[in-house]
Ligand binder design. Structure first.
Ligand code: COI
Length: 363
């Protein structure tokens, strides 16, 4: 992994957390609440391109109040995890997929595309520097958050001429605490995450900001996540506030919303499709009508539904709720296939079972 990258200069850190403090913070962290000692940082200007590859102490950024990102949300990000293996080594899961998606997100927002090698190198440099921050407890990881933003102070709406790229690292547990405990999903049909030709496929902050009205309507109704339908027809399921979704049919085949451009092409989603195909299962990527899914759940045609994403891993869905319905998936518990697939994916990520597609990259 490191052979690919330009070297990152490692700057001194005079104020790292004490061993005792770091051990406390990495023992059983919640998702995304604490951060490691250092961060990676690169700068880009229209004239010079990418420069200043550095690993520096984690600290608040100096940002001009006129920076375009604060006004027009020219920002995109990624999420991937560093896993501790029993032999003490540290690994990343498919970081090349994140690097490529990051380029596509940047393109959509008219931000400069970060070369794949710089993405990989920046993540690896930080993982190496803060290797002691990778939690060792099962299902706990160092969640890496690369992000790119328009830092140029300028209020005209145009492509920025100055951009910053950073990676921060957060020792984290799964997004939904409680392992395979099923979550409830609020089906939102008033507010939408994105629309045709929008930014749905890009991993940009605006999509997540736009999900919050629906997310909080869900929270008021005892749901952990919101599920969006397509804005054009209010008919087809798209994705959850921050993760993709699969339905398991009684004959064993899987269905998942197709990548219409409104949906984030999840790395976990793609990996689940591959693992299912390896087992000889059919996977249908299609436009799924909300009403059909609800009917199929009620009739027993669909036996399990689960959410998936880097942060969420694989999480069973217990109920779909709205103002008009409350539909229980199966018996409301964790389905057999969901649990088995979660174990298989985690097994690969933790180096416990064979990695047939060479998804793991040693740092
Ligand atoms: C991830 O799964 O990595 C994400 O970026 C989703 C976010 C809701 C945490």
């Amino acid at each position: 992994l490191n052979k690919l990258a330009e070297p990152f200069e490692v700057l001194p850190n005079d104020n790292p957390a004490s061993d005792a403090k770091r051990q406390e913070l990495t023992d059983k962290p919640a998702f995304g609440q604490v951060f490691s000692d250092n961060m990676t940082h690169m700068s880009w200007t229209k004239g010079e391109g990418w420069s200043d590859r550095r690993v520096e102490p984690y600290a608040p950024l100096k940002l001009d109040p006129g920076a375009s990102v604060l006004h027009y949300a020219q920002e995109c990000f990624e999420g991937l995890k560093a896993y501790h293996h029993d032999d003490g080594s540290v690994w990343l899961f498919r970081p090349d997929a994140n690097a490529n998606r990051f380029r596509n997100s940047a393109k959509r927002l008219y931000l400069p595309e970060l070369p794949v090698d710089d993405f990989l190198g920046s993540v690896a440099a930080l993982v190496k520097r803060d290797a002691a921050w990778v939690p060792t407890r099962r299902e706990y990881t160092l969640y890496m958050r690369p992000f790119l933003f328009a830092s140029e102070p300028f209020l005209g709406v145009r492509a920025p001429e100055e951009v910053d790229y950073c990676v921060i690292a957060s020792p984290s547990g799964p997004y939904f605490p409680g392992g395979v405990k099923p979550v409830n999903i609020w089906v939102e049909d008033t507010w939408f995450r994105t629309g045709p030709g929008g930014t749905g496929f890009a991993k940009c902050g605006g999509n997540y900001a736009a999900s919050l009205v629906g997310e909080y309507r869900g929270i008021e109704n005892d749901c952990e996540q919101v599920c969006f339908v397509d804005a054009a027809t209010k008919t087809y399921l798209e994705e959850l506030g921050g993760m993709n979704m699969f339905a398991v049919h009684k004959d064993g085949h899987l269905e998942t919303p197709s990548l219409t451009g409104n949906i984030l092409p999840g790395v976990t989603r793609n990996s689940i499709i591959q693992l299912a195909q390896d087992e000889g299962r059919d996977v249908v990527e299609t436009m799924i009508k909300l009403q059909d899914l609800l009917d199929d759940i009620k009739s027993g045609e669909v036996t399990e539904v689960f959410a998936c994403g880097t942060a969420a891993i694989i999480t069973p869905i217990g109920h779909f709720k709205s103002e008009k319905f409350d539909v229980t998936v199966g018996d409301g518990g964790s389905g057999e296939y969901t649990v088995a697939t979660r174990n298989k994916l985690l097994g690969i990520q933790l180096g416990e079972i064979e990695d047939p597609h060479d998804w793991m990259w040693k740092v």
